[in-house]
Design a protein around this ligand. Structure first.
Ligand code: SAM
Ligand code: SF4
Ligand code: SF4
Length: 379
């Protein structure tokens, strides 16, 4: 008999109150956590709802018709999100990624993007605003998103074969409509576009090469993501992880690839470029990325914080607990108090789950530990 699935949704637990604000803020941009890592990237989940039921993220048996999503009043409002984005930017954040759930399901998401486009970095530059989407609503919304100030998009697509993809999204959504969404994003200038493919051994590894052939030479970077043990509901097993090293071997058997340098500190993907006849990277052919969160931890320079749909900040994708910034926002705290609280939270951060995974007892690796669901804090 299979193990019972116990939906433990941590963000329903009241998050910890934020620690007392730092007495004095670190000098602009100098904030570091306990491992010397700066805060540069904020991922914001703007809805806990989704129109897909990807088996690795929101399995139907847990997120069924009786599942209780957050009532609207519990979500951070656009004004609250924008205020927090401004305060995070004052602490060194340069990049915002909107996610979810499915971020394009949030009503008037364009208005939120317009507000966020007004936020400036410490250097006075606009933030790099991007969004991760399943692509279902992208064909309809790409132009408006671009006009609102979105820089680019990442689209998730787990295969080109309809049967495989529909089994994975579990709502029968066709590949063709996601491809149309990608095309619309390109036409709207939401570039460079990235495509994320979660690879699950025994489910879609035979889609790796067709996906690579399809996107090679299109200017779209395809990234292969190892199936991760996020949340507590996706029944993750190590045997279902296809290590990136194997993905690379498969690709190298067909395409000459050369390693590329990281473009930014804290980058999650290991980049490989398609080589031309001379053996050097041919930018026309493009590149692929390998995101090896399971087999090759990249915690060492992880500069990402995550803001959940209901306003808790999480310091790691695998964290069990968040810090309740909404309580501060709605309790009348000043900008200085909230900034001080965020700085204190970051200064006390030591998270490095992926580095520790292998040494944890198996129950803690496979969602046995109380972890927040990915659909609450995004990817
Ligand atoms: N709904 C949007 C989407 O699917 O692009 C945004 C949210 S989704 C949680 C963000 C990313 O996380 C997607 O690329 C998705 O494929 C990835 N993801 C979700 N569950 C995962 C898992 N268990 N392992 C690896 N990646 C996962
Ligand atoms: Fe929805 Fe994205 Fe999760 Fe799939 S991965 S269920 S599209 S939130
Ligand atoms: Fe960052 Fe946590 Fe992932 Fe490590 S496991 S890279 S600390 S989010």
């Amino acid at each position: 008999m299979g193990e019972p699935v116990i939906p433990i949704v941590n963000s329903r637990h009241k998050g910890l109150a934020a620690p007392a604000p730092l007495e004095s803020l670190p000098a602009a941009g100098s904030l570091r956590d306990l491992r010397g890592r700066p805060l540069r990237d904020l991922r914001i989940s703007i809805t806990d709802r989704c129109n897909f039921r990807c088996t690795y993220c929101m399995p139907k048996e847990v997120f069924g018709s009786s599942y209780q999503y957050l009532p609207h009043a519990e979500l951070l409002s656009f004004e609250e999100i924008t205020r927090l984005a401004r305060l995070f930017a004052a602490l060194g954040v340069h990049k915002l990624r909107l996610t979810g759930g499915e971020p394009l399901l949030r009503k008037n998401v364009e208005q939120l993007i317009e507000q966020l486009a007004g936020v400036r970095t410490l250097e006075g530059e606009p933030l790099d605003i991007t969004l991760t989407t399943n692509g279902a609503l992208l064909a309809r919304k790409a132009k408006a998103l671009k006009a609102a100030g979105l820089s680019r998009v990442t689209v998730s697509l787990d295969g080109l074969d309809d049967e495989v993809f529909q089994r994975m999204n579990d709502v029968g959504f066709p590949v063709g409509e996601v491809l149309a969404g990608i095309e619309a994003a390109r036409a709207a200038g939401l570039a460079p576009i990235k495509v994320n493919m979660v690879v699950k051994r025994g489910t879609n590894e035979h889609e790796i090469l067709p996906m690579a052939r399809h996107f090679r030479g299109t200017g779209i970077a395809l990234r292969f993501i190892e199936f991760m043990d996020v949340g507590a509901t996706n029944r993750w097993r190590m045997e279902q992880v296809l290590p990136s090293s194997e993905v690379l071997k498969l690709l190298q058997a067909e395409f000459p690839l050369v390693p590329l340098a990281h473009t930014a500190a804290g980058e999650t993907a290991e980049r490989w470029g398609y080589a031309g006849a001379d053996g050097a990277h041919d930018p026309q052919l493009g590149e692929i990325g390998l995101i090896s969160s399971v087999t090759r931890a990249f915690c060492g320079d992880c500069n990402r914080a995550r803001l959940s749909t209901e306003g808790q900040v999480y310091l790691c994708l695998f964290a069990g607990q968040g810090y309740d910034l909404r309580a501060l926002l709605r309790g009348g705290a000043s900008d200085e108090q909230i900034t001080g609280a965020i700085a204190a939270i970051w200064a006390g951060r030591s998270d490095r789950y992926s580095e520790l995974r292998a040494s944890l007892p198996p129950d803690d690796q496979a969602g046995g530990a109380r972890r927040v669901e990915m659909s609450f804090i995004g990817g």
